[in-house]
Design a protein around this ligand. Structure first.
Ligand code: SOE
Length: 386
């Protein structure tokens, strides 16, 4: 694994757990975690359960005892590491969003296609697909329970940078993160809604905004140039990404969609919510109630109609049978264990894990279109590749 911060910790929890919960054709061995700072990555190896701590990812991908490279770094290194690893014959799991630009994402897809021909697999880490309720949502829609999809309504609301004194961390720097709320959390609702509907976004019109344009440099501001001296003499830097993005979209099935991704929804901590309206019913998923799915079945007798709450903890529900009896609810981290389950099973059986780099490129095209639309102040941008 390359990188050991929040996503590194979530992935490590999943790698530690997956073979203890699921009966799989292969076992994950946590051989080495890689990071630039030797002392910090050594501490991370011990805390997260990795046998070795290394500081050179190129040496890692050259080793014969390494089969998989799990990329958990900021977006500015996804392409370089993933492409080199694929070319070295390593299977790759890369965190979302796939890249910081469409060009990088296309290069990653090209490397994935070449590697796939040699049996080398790749996937992108959109973990919310693997929340049982989200997989159930997809299954119900695929069975036609909603009929034609008319509306998709998706929000991903956070509030961790509403304080203007929150420092200029890497997620707020375009050269590191590619974009702000749009790529970091907007990517999730773009992928999730395409996943559950089985449709793709064909065009968007959007708006982006950066509410706080200058922030104090972080204590260890590596490589950041101070753009101005703040009032207390503390250096500040320019925020070069969006704080929020809102956009409308058309779906390939003819429906309309609205999306909102923001880090300024004061009070909302990790508020991902999706509602799908079809001609025969509706489904609602709310990450804050991730063991539940709301289902409105318009085919029921009118006297019985209403949103029912499905408790997604039955053995018949996706992934759940491996854990606990009905009603013993799961959490955020289980989605990563399910992600690793599916990745290991695919790689071990010579199948392609999902979502593919191609699926992740589609998300990147939407992100790019929203940014261009936002820059052009809500002009219409098609994402269908000519
Ligand atoms: C942003 O803070 C973040 O950590 C995202 O990067 C993750 O993808 C999301 O799952 C939780 O919030």
């Amino acid at each position: 694994m390359v990188g050991y911060a929040f996503m590194g910790a979530a992935h490590s929890q999943a790698w530690r757990t997956v073979n203890r919960v699921f009966d799989l054709p292969a076992r994950a061995t946590m051989v080495a975690v890689c990071g630039r700072d030797g002392a910090k990555v050594a501490e991370a190896a011990s805390r997260l359960g990795w046998a070795e701590a290394v500081t050179d990812w190129r040496a890692l991908i050259a080793r014969d005892d390494i089969d998989v490279i799990d990329v958990c770094t900021p977006g500015d290194s996804h392409a370089e590491i993933a492409i080199a690893a694929l070319e070295a014959g390593k299977h790759v799991l890369c965190e979302k969003p796939l890249a910081n630009t469409v060009d990088e994402a296309r290069a990653m897809v090209a490397a994935a296609v070449k590697a796939r021909a040699l049996g080398v697999r790749s996937a992108c880490g959109f973990n919310y697909r693997r929340v049982p309720a989200v997989s159930l949502m997809r299954n119900l829609i695929a069975e036609g329970r909603l009929g034609a999809i008319r509306h998709v309504r998706a929000v991903y609301l956070q509030d961790w940078i509403t304080d203007p004194n929150f420092p200029l961390v890497w997620r707020l720097q375009k050269d590191k993160a590619g974009s702000g709320a749009l790529g970091d959390i907007g990517a999730h609702i773009i992928d999730l809604t395409q996943f559950v509907t089985g449709q793709t976004i064909t065009g968007v019109a959007g708006l982006t905004e950066t509410f706080v344009k200058e922030r104090p440099l972080p204590a260890e501001s590596s490589g950041l140039s101070a753009s101005s001296e703040g009032s207390a003499g503390a250096a500040t830097g320019e925020v070069t990404v969006d704080d929020a993005a809102v956009f409308v979209a058309r779906l390939s099935g003819g429906g309309l969609a609205t999306y909102e991704a923001t880090r300024f929804a004061t009070g909302r901590k990790n508020g991902l919510k999706v509602e799908i309206n079809g001609e025969r019913g509706s489904l609602v998923f709310d990450l804050e109630r991730l063991n539940e799915l709301e289902f409105y079945d318009a085919t029921k007798p009118v006297a019985e109609q209403g949103f029912s709450r499905i408790l997604v903890t039955e053995g018949e529900h996706p992934y759940v049978a491996a854990w606990w009896p009905p009603g013993h609810i799961l959490g955020y981290e289980h989605s990563f264990t399910h992600e690793m389950r599916d990745f290991i099973e695919a790689v071990a059986t010579g199948a392609d894990p999902t979502p593919s780099f191609e699926d992740a490129l589609q998300v990147q095209l939407v992100l790019d279109a929203v940014e261009r639309s936002g820059a052009a102040d809500a002009s219409w941008i098609s994402v269908v590749e000519s």
